[in-house]
Design a binder for this molecule. Structure first.
Ligand code: C5P
Length: 398
């Protein structure tokens, strides 16, 4: 945990007193901890205790009252390598699940790109209420890590599920996340991600709805496992979090192909998640196309190179090539046909028919089809978890 930046969110539950031990565990392991408390949390534990243990003033409000200093939720969100919310009350969980940004903690949560760990703590009946269950499931589906509460005697003296997991367990969960075994150390991984843009003229292009989230999650996951990762990324707002990912920004399918041809020969594994435009404009205009009378312009398209197939054609023994397929129908046949045509080792298929799968969501529901016709269907999961499943499948390729 050395040098890791942890934002520890503490909310107003009796388990807040345990957050003091959690701060100590992180600090002892070498992490820097910034505590954010909700106003109610201060009723349960004093900010002085937590600022003393963390060595940093606790943040609770958007402004520091006596100096007028603005506490930037955006800066905090970007500073964090991980956010840990412990204890997380039913109220904070509901706000997080629904984007109610009425305090510094939830606002920072919404601004953060870091992995988030949520340790719920509440009374037994609140914990099992369908609203709470749904909110926790929503948080999980957005890629947050839920550290399940333990069962035992609660502050209300009721016995049941709802007691915040012990600080040692919470600490270990976060530590293990950062120390995932380096099973891909020494491997070189190439990932393509995002859409491509094909220029019509200097101000216009055709593209698609891909955000690049799935490919970026795979690049991050491979880097966490110790691989050297090159990410060839089409125009995308999403950025990898791991410093071990080398990003090559490209725009068109041609540029993406060139970057891949440079890096594929030296790589062990290539995962093609990019949504490459199938066609590009035959003759992009040098100047902006003007509206002329009532005659709409006619744009001629030509086929783009198939990057996956090009790499598949020169794949050497030992290299693993993984493709994606996004289908609306006849999924299995299309997936198997793609494996053959592009010389892939397996295809990760997502269907636009599945709710929560495909473009722009933080979740995905995939089925992996292998060369031998076997397949494995996965549940709806966060893209971060789907990335881990795909890398697990890569390690099983003979
Ligand atoms: O043929 P289809 O576009 O459905 O295949 C999808 C797979 O092929 C994805 O892995 C995608 O990244 C890759 N692909 C490519 N170059 C293209 C088209 C698709 O690499 N021109």
């Amino acid at each position: 945990m050395n040098g890791k930046h942890i934002v520890l969110g503490i909310t107003g539950g009796i388990a807040a007193y345990k957050a003091a031990s959690l701060v100590r565990l992180f600090v002892k392991a070498g992490a820097e901890v910034q505590v954010i408390m909700t106003p109610n949390a201060k009723e349960f534990i004093t900010p002085v205790t937590l600022s003393t243990l963390s060595g940093k003033p606790v943040i609770s409000e958007f402004f520091t009252a006596n100096t007028g200093q603005w506490n930037s939720h955006v800066d905090l969100g970007l500073w964090a390598d991980a956010m840990v919310i412990a204890p997380a009350t039913a109220s904070t969980i509901a706000k997080m699940a629904n984007g109610v940004a009425d305090n510094m903690l939830v606002t920072s949560y919404l601004s953060s790109r870091a992995p988030v760990f949520v340790a719920p703590a509440m009374d037994f009946d609140m914990m099992r209420h369908p609203t709470t269950c749904r909110n926790i499931e929503l948080l999980r589906s957005y890629g947050n890590h839920i550290i399940e509460p333990a069962t035992g005697e609660l502050a209300s003296h009721l016995v049941g599920k709802g007691r915040m997991e012990e600080p040692e367990k919470i600490f270990e969960t976060v530590r293990d996340f950062f120390q995932s075994p380096l099973t891909m150390k020494g491997k070189r991984v190439l990932v393509t991600a995002g859409p491509t843009r094909e220029r019509i003229d200097p101000v216009r292009f055709i593209s698609n709805y891909s955000t690049g989230k799935m490919g970026v999650a795979i690049a991050d996951a491979a880097a966490r496992r110790g691989a050297e990762v090159t990410l060839v990324l089409g125009p995308s707002e999403v950025r990898p979090q791991h410093s071990g990912v080398d990003v090559i920004n490209v725009e068109s399918a041609r540029e993406m192909l060139e970057a891949c041809q440079t890096h594929f020969p030296g790589c062990d594994i290539a995962v093609m998640t990019a949504a490459v435009a199938d066609y590009t404009v035959a003759n992009p205009a040098e100047h902006k196309i003007k509206r002329e009378g009532n005659r709409p312009p006619v744009i001629e398209f030509v086929q783009n190179p198939d990057i996956a197939a090009t790499l598949g054609a020169c794949k050497k023994p030992g290299q693993i090539l993984v493709g994606f397929a996004l289908e609306t129908d006849n999924e299995e046949n299309n997936a198997l046909d793609k494996i053959r045509r592009k010389n892939l080792d397996f295809v990760v298929m997502n269907s636009l028919r599945d709710h929560g799968a495909g473009f722009a969501t933080d979740t995905n529901k995939v089925t992996i089809f292998n060369r031998d016709g076997s397949s494995q269907a996965f549940q709806l999961k966060s893209k971060m978890q789907v990335a881990e499943d795909i890398l697990d499948a890569v390690t099983k390729v003979e």
